[in-house]
Ligand binder design. Structure first.
Ligand SMILES: Nc1ncnc2c1ncn2[C@@H]1O[C@H](COP(=O)(O)OP(=O)(O)OP(=O)(O)O)[C@@H](O)[C@H]1O
Ligand SMILES: Nc1ncnc2c1ncn2[C@@H]1O[C@H](COP(=O)(O)OP(=O)(O)OP(=O)(O)O)[C@@H](O)[C@H]1O
Ligand SMILES: [Mg+2]
Ligand SMILES: [Mg+2]
Lengths: 258, 258
């Protein structure tokens, strides 16, 4: 059964793309068939997986706005079991173009339905933009769960409650089955008081939803997208690559408990 | 004469809000009359200046969508010469509500026009969301210049060219007078090779537009919003507060050369 995860946080720079790319890669390296759907017009996940600006001609935009077949726009990556539905520059116009479409929040769910039916992938990860607009809404409606990367900082804490409000609203109106996959602390420097306070507060409120794995600040994670590769292909020994491999193990262990 | 600066970068988490709040505060501490316009529905600048979620009842939304008078929604902050036009939760709906309005990209320019006419402020800084949507467009059309905070990282470099493309488009269609105030490296760790490479590339392309001042990673800058204060009121001796004071001096020196 295909398990679809929206990676979302409307706060900017919390590690959504880095988590999408590296968690997906870690699962693919572990022999799971994984698809990354880049739903962000910035197309950072797309370049991080080897398709810099202009390299991909079709992708999420065509699926959302032109009802293109997902299988026709999905491309390979340097990892055998990791595939990509690219973001292209046209995607910047998708929110406007979808506004008047019937069931405009289900466009991505419709696009991914054949993949679910064919069981092509074990996991699909959708990289969302830093907003709660129509692209993020489509991801939350298409997904089984939402994974929230966040920093242990004050604005991140403020953003978390706004995001959970949106998730509740999506459950109420569009996707009652949507649940929280987990909350992941990224770019994490646990030596600071602020970080400890934020982690404590989030764990108090969300309990076991918060992953034990945290992702430390590690330069390899910001370097690897410039080579179009996930960190485990660029420097598997790095703390960053190892942290996402550990996250993948924790992610899988939790899924087995479901 | 009122000088209006849009603080913009569609890439998330590059230091827009931290720069808006702390540069504005540094100028206000130096006896300039400064207004921060929070144009981001996340309302991070608003809480960073002492108005946590719910505290402000009216603000940028009313000016944009209801043609409210700017002077009627502007509120004070803990700094005598620093004022705030708050973001409120309604602002999340502004982009949708503005879509069919006549001259929808000029709503903020119209709202700020009386302030310019009355010369109430020396400087206005507009905090933008991480997107190139209608709110950012309104800021770029209302502004004299755009200041771009960015990190010295790979995705930030990709984002810079997309942003400059948008600026060119705004100059061509809506605001021919818009110029680049400057590019500011934020959350800057100059010890890494990646950082040095990105700085070199950006300086090569943008020359003197890049500030000599860079803002280092400093925990005080992520802590101070939790106290509703700019860093110079929270810990003026901190590297973060000192860096923004230095930026303010460089900002003013450049303005005098104009
Ligand atoms: N653990 C880490 N260590 C070092 N750098 C990191 C780490 N995680 C992410 N980065 C870098 O920090 C920046 C922000 O991360 P990223 O782009 O993944 O966040 P995001 O939430 O996807 O941002 P946006 O809101 O713009 O989509 C990027 O330049 C990325 O390469
Ligand atoms: N120099 C710094 N040192 C330490 N923390 C910082 C620094 N600059 C910003 N921060 C923190 O890093 C995070 C990102 O910064 P900020 O929110 O200002 O970026 P932004 O570009 O406004 O983000 P968004 O795209 O979501 O609007 C925030 O939690 C902020 O408090
Ligand atoms: Mg991203
Ligand atoms: Mg901000």
């Amino acid at each position: 059964r295909t398990h679809v995860v929206a990676v979302s946080n409307q706060k900017g720079g919390e590690g959504k793309t880095t988590t999408t790319v590296n968690l997906a890669a870690s699962l693919a390296a572990g022999e799971h068939r994984v698809l990354v759907v880049d739903a962000d017009p910035q197309s950072n996940a797309t370049s991080a997986l080897g398709y810099p600006r202009g390299a991909a001609s079709r992708g999420t935009y065509e699926v959302l706005v032109q009802a293109a077949r997902a299988a026709d726009v999905i491309v390979p990556t340097d990892l055998e079991r990791l595939s990509l539905m690219p973001a292209t520059p046209d995607l910047a116009g998708a929110e406007v173009e979808l506004v008047d479409a019937p069931q405009r929040e289900r466009a991505l769910a419709r696009g991914l339905a054949p993949l679910r039916a064919e069981g092509t992938f074990d996991f699909v990860f959708i990289d969302c933009p830093p907003s709660l607009g129509l692209l993020t809404l489509n991801a939350l409606v298409a997904a089984d769960t939402v994974l929230v990367p966040m920093q242990a900082k004050y604005f991140s804490l403020e953003g978390l409650s706004a995001l959970m409000g949106t998730v509740e609203s999506v459950r109420a109106h569009f996707n009652p089955a949507l649940t929280l996959e987990g909350i992941l602390f990224c770019l994490h420097d646990q030596r600071t008081n602020l970080a400890r306070q934020v982690v404590t507060e989030v764990r108090e409120h969300f309990g076991g939803a918060v992953y034990d794995t945290t992702i430390p600040v590690n330069i390899r994670l910001s370097e690897s997208p410039s080579f179009g590769k996930p960190a485990l292909l660029y420097d598997i020994a790095s703390r960053g690559a190892q942290a996402y491999l550990a996250l993948a193990r924790e992610f899988l262990a939790r899924r087995r408990e479901e």
